[in-house]
Design a protein around this ligand. Structure first.
Ligand code: DON
Length: 564
């Protein structure tokens, strides 16, 4: 089947658009290389907070906690205490563990809660306002990470965020633009005035203070998770829910529990890849995609050339078809993780790839594995060799656009990551079914892909990105860029990207990602191509053979590298 090339602009959710145009990556160290320890985050102030913790003798988990809280202040559209995420940790002794602090559906949630009387899913309800909110996991998650692996006092790690919120900080041009784009939504969906809406137009360099958030963070500093999930903060969250018709109760908040999970693991060439198991689909998708490239010579095929792009895209449509059919919260539904990652299954699944012609997505169903059973990412490596890859989110930019009245923080709109109705696309165009249906207490399926790469137990790379459905394919490309295309960490992160997710059946590409000659050949092979806004914001660290650390901060945002 042949299609014509449509150089259309792909419609992506508004919150992904402001990912920004590429500029020079920021680094406070020469060539983005550090001798001992490194932090790469989406905001220079958060990077600074993380480096200060490491210099003081804190480990990578301490720095991750401090960075996460700092991002909740300086990157309010994605950094959060009202959302959730995933953390992959590699300890200095070589052990890899993962922490799931994903949001949960409130107990009052029900499978059909976003359907109208005709049974049609209403994305306004799952994406904006109080019903869109899942029970936040971040504060409990950071405490769990710190309890197990932290070394500096928690109060020391939260204080920089409190100071930034109380004293204020200057908005970058991108941050001011994002905030302006969200103002109408924030006014519409928040039931009380808040610091974000005190101006009707924010400019680069404007100072913004978040005094209510400072007080909320102070309660967490003084009382730990109890300062968020019970007492005054919980009262304010529940009052906000009651004013806005939301579902979260005090019982939901009190019941929230983060979970340590076994990582998913696979190999690519001579490397070990460690990623997030369900309720994220990210780790499994990444391993499936890498397995599809294992049998071909990517290096000779060439970077972003026809045969490379074709093979990557064909693998992507099959992996995302599996995601839609099989993946969800494995604590609630059977997810055939081992079956999906079985090398034999992955080989068979990719076997019908035609090297000359695109397989239309409509012709691809889910595989049958054996039944064995706006977001932000930061990467940190400390001087001892502990490493953290953490991706955390409110889902959309500014989440549900609900600021908790009197508590000053934004709530997520993560309920939209459930499959609201079979086949109904979410904000990222992802579809799903039974495995990812809404149920009380269940975690919604994620694409977040915090990843750690090792070689014979030694640390090689720490990486991840925001970008909704495009997350696994961005991590995939950055990995191939380093491993097969010999790029530096920064080159690998900056290189233009493309993405396919089974449905809609089209390759989405950043301008210039694929040459026009190669695009024309791909179209002749049956692929559709659309140009879209920037894809993802990868923040990554690579360990060079001499042990120094090489950073990659995404020039698509304000992302920055720090270290010593
Ligand atoms: O968990 C997920 O897959 C999504 N909620 C992530 C959202 C995201 O990356 C937004 N950033 N552009």
């Amino acid at each position: 089947m042949k299609r014509t090339c449509s150089i259309l602009t792909w419609t992506v959710p508004l919150w992904c658009m402001a990912c920004g145009r590429a500029g020079a990556p920021r680094s406070d160290i020469d060539d983005g290389i550090a001798e001992h320890a490194m932090v790469v985050t989406a905001h220079p102030l958060a990077t600074e907070v993380g480096v200060a913790v490491l210099r003081e003798g804190g480990n990578a988990v301490d720095a991750a906690v401090a960075v996460h809280y700092a991002l909740a202040v300086v990157l309010p559209w994605a950094g959060n205490i009202g959302g959730g995420g995933f953390m992959v940790v590699r300890t200095a002794n070589g052990k890899v563990i993962t922490l799931d602090f994903r949001e949960t559906a409130p107990m009052r949630a029900s499978r059909d809660m976003f359907l109208d009387s005709a049974g049609v899913a209403n994305p306004r309800l799952s994406q904006f306002g109080h019903l869109a909110v899942g029970v936040p996991g971040s504060v409990a998650g950071l405490q769990a990470a710190h309890d197990s692996l932290g070394s500096l006092p928690m109060a020391r790690l939260i204080q920089p965020a409190i100071d930034l919120a109380a004293m204020g900080f200057g908005l970058t041009a991108r941050e001011a633009q994002r905030l302006n784009e969200a103002l109408v939504g924030l006014r519409t969906h928040s039931t009380r005035p808040n610091a974000f809406t005190t101006k009707s137009h924010w400019r680069a360099g404007d100072s913004i203070r978040l005094p209510e958030l400072a007080v909320t963070l102070g309660r967490v500093r003084d009382s730990g998770p109890a300062g968020f999930y019970t007492g005054r903060t919980a009262d304010l969250i529940v009052a906000e829910m009651e004013r806005g018709g939301g579902a979260i109760t005090k019982a939901d908040l009190a019941a929230y529990t983060p979970v340590w999970r076994a990582p998913v693991h696979g190999r690519y060439r001579d490397l070990d890849i460690h990623g997030m198991a369900p309720p994220s689909s990210g780790g499994i998708i990444l391993l499936q995609l890498l397995a599809a490239m294992e049998t071909v010579d990517v290096r000779t095929m060439g970077w972003q050339r026809v045969s490379t792009v074709h093979r990557m895209v064909e693998a992507e449509r099959r992996a995302y078809a599996d995601r839609a059919a099989h993946m969800g919260d494995a604590d609630h539904v059977r997810v055939p993780v081992a079956g999906l990652l079985d090398p034999m299954y992955m080989r068979e699944r990719m076997q019908d790839i035609d090297e000359q012609e695109a397989t239309p997505s409509a012709a691809i169903g889910a595989g049958v594995p054996d039944e064995q059973e706006e977001t932000t990412h930061f990467s940190i490596v400390d001087a001892q060799g502990n490493a953290v890859a953490c991706t955390t989110t409110l889902n959309g930019s500014y989440g549900a656009h609900v600021v908790v009245g009197g508590a000053g923080f934004l709530l997520n709109n993560e309920m939209d990551d459930f499959s609201t109705a079979p086949g109904a696309p979410n904000a990222y165009g992802l579809v799903g079914g039974e495995a990812n249906a809404i149920a009380p207490g269940k975690r919604m399926l994620s694409s977040m892909t915090p990843t750690i790469v090792t070689h014979h137990g030694d640390l090689v790379m720490v990486l991840g990105t925001p970008g909704g459905s495009t997350i696994p394919t961005s991590v995939f490309q950055v990995l191939l860029n380093v491993v097969d295309h010999d790029m530096t960490m920064q080159e690998a992160v900056s290189a233009p990207r493309f993405h396919h997710q089974w449905l809609r059946d089209v390759i989405q590409e950043e301008a210039g990602a694929i040459t026009s000659t190669d695009s024309a050949t791909l179209v002749r092979m049956g692929h559709g191509l659309v140009v879209r806004e920037p894809i993802g914001r990868v923040d990554a660290i690579r360990v060079l053979p001499d042990g120094r650390l090489q950073g990659g901060a995404d020039p698509r945002g304000d992302d920055s590298i720090g270290g010593y």
